[in-house]
Design a protein around this ligand. Sequence first.
Ligand code: IMP
Ligand code: MG
Length: 180
Amino acid sequence: MNIDIKKILINEDEIQNKVKELASRINLDYKGRELLLLCILKGSVMFMGDLMKYVNVKSDIEFMSISSYGNSVVSSGSIRILKDLDMSVDGRDILIVEDIIDTGITLNYLCNYLRGKNAKSIEIVTLLDKPSGRKLELEAKYVGFEVGNEFVIGYGLDYAEKYRNLPYIGILNESVYRQY
Ligand code: IMP
Ligand code: MG
C-alpha cells in the first residue's frame, strides 16, 4: 500500500461490483431511450471509464471540467467552468457522472446550467456521497457508497492533483496535509 494512505475504505472489487450494480439500474431505467453520459473531469474519469462499459443503452459521451476546490480539502464555493460542452444538450436525457457529492454546490450549479440549455431530463450518478457536507439540497438518483465527513482520495479523486491513479478509495495520512 502507498505510504501516504492511512486506510483503504473501499477496495477494487467492491468498487467494480458497485459499478456493475449501478449500470444495471441505469440500463433498466433508460431502456429504449438514448442517453448523454456527462463525465465531470477530472475526478470522474475512472468511474466513467468503468461505468460506460456496462451501460448498454445507446449513449453519447461528453466531458465538462468544473473547478470548485483549488488545491484545498474544503470547497471554495466559487465555481468556474474550465471545459464546456462540445455538443448541444437540447432535448437530451442527461446522466451526470460524478465522483463525489459534498456540499452539492458544484452539481447544483451544473444542473441549473444544463436546464438553461434545454436538457430534457437531468439525473446524477455519483460513486460517493458525503451527505454530512451538504450545503444545498441536492440528491443523486444513483449513489454508489455513502462516506463520512473525511477527505477521500483514489479512483479518480485527488488531493492537490495527486493519488487519482490509485485503483481503490482511501484516506490520507494527516502527515500529507501538514506538508502543505
Ligand atoms: P461539492 O461542490 O462540494 O459537492 O464538491 C464536489 C467536488 O469536490 C467533487 O466533484 C470532487 O472533485 C471534490 N471533492 C469533494 N469531496 C472530496 C473528497 O473527499 N476528496 C476528493 N475530492 C473531493
Ligand atoms: Mg469532481
